[in-house]
Ligand binder design. Structure first.
Ligand code: TYD
Length: 211
């Protein structure tokens, strides 16, 4: 049995983390590792229902504290139902976003204080912390250009958070970089503007000792 591990992927919208998470999961499965992929918000049936409320652009009345509690409600369910059992079974869990997203988006983006976010994290995750976190960093112009391209391809699909402006996303990115600097042992920061294959190689290299 492998050793249970918990690795999260973070970054602003359009950074490519979802693609990179899939590439890593496939590479590790090919190498014989048991991998569980999950996502926040979502990852469980309950979480998917909460996700719909959170991302629906029609929900203009959601208060920032309500939003915060809903993200943690989804996370509590994911931790209990998917993440912790998989880690205990010796699997490698790859999670698309986790509490660092809340610190960046609700903390820096919405201006909620990080102590409140940490308090809720203790309630929802009961001490579970990622072993490693991959932060895929891109600048705001690249993020916006990729969102525009995606909308041209698939039609407008902006979620409530995607619709926020450049200032919001700039403070989210800034907070991510601060979090990474504060916990440089847990975070690996990868330049997301490089070609997909190059980013994938760098991630695999950086995580070699952990996967
Ligand atoms: P998603 O469509 O998954 O975006 P992405 O593909 O960029 O990950 O939507 C998730 C959105 O929710 C994203 O805009 C970030 C936001 N979010 C928060 O604001 N707080 C959180 O705690 C989490 C997990 C996500």
């Amino acid at each position: 049995m492998g050793q249970g591990r918990f690795i999260t992927f973070e970054g602003i919208d359009g950074c490519g983390k979802t693609t990179q998470l899939r590439i890593l999961a496939e590479a590790l499965r090919t190498a014989g590792r048991e991998v569980v992929e999950t996502v926040e918000p979502g990852g469980t049936e309950t979480g998917r229902q909460i996700r719909k409320i959170l991302l629906d652009p029609a929900n203009t009345a959601i208060h920032p504290r309500t939003e915060l509690l809903l993200y943690f409600a989804s996370r509590a369910q994911n931790v209990e139902e998917v993440i912790r059992p998989a880690i205990h079974a010796g699997k490698l869990v790859l999670c698309d976003r986790f509490t660092d997203s809340t610190l960046a988006y609700q903390g820096a983006g919405r201006g909620l204080d990080s102590e409140t976010v940490h308090d809720l994290d203790r309630v929802a995750c009961r001490g579970l912390k990622p072993d490693r976190t991959v932060l895929i960093d891109i600048d705001i112009e690249t993020s916006m250009a990729r969102a525009k391209k995606r909308n041209q391809r698939t039609g407008p699909d902006e979620s409530r958070i995607d619709a926020e402006g450049a200032a919001f996303h700039t403070s989210v990115r800034q907070r991510y970089l601060e979090l990474a600097a504060d916990e440089s042992g847990r975070f690996v920061v990868i330049d997301g503007r490089a070609p997909v294959e190059t980013v994938a190689e760098r991630i695999l290299e950086a995580l070699a000792a952990d996967v």
